[in-house]
Design a protein around this ligand. Structure first.
Ligand SMILES: [Zn+2]
Length: 59
């Protein structure tokens, strides 16, 4: 809901993850200001609503 980003495939999502790991600004945008750690668990999942891929920082 809040600024959720959609990716058409896992490659696109993975590309974002790679960039987020090296960009604090991008990470902040993704996590909405929450604390960021490169060790934080990162997952991508297929959305049942739009059929695209979303990222989550939660397990
Ligand atoms: Zn969706």
């Amino acid at each position: 809901m809040s600024g959720k980003i959609c990716y058409p495939d896992t490659a696109s999502a993975q590309k974002f993850l790679d960039r987020a790991l090296t960009s604090q600004e991008l990470a902040d945008e993704w996590l909405g200001g929450r604390e960021w750690s490169v060790r934080q668990e990162k997952r991508m999942y297929r959305c049942p609503d739009c059929g695209q891929w979303h990222l989550t920082s939660r397990a």
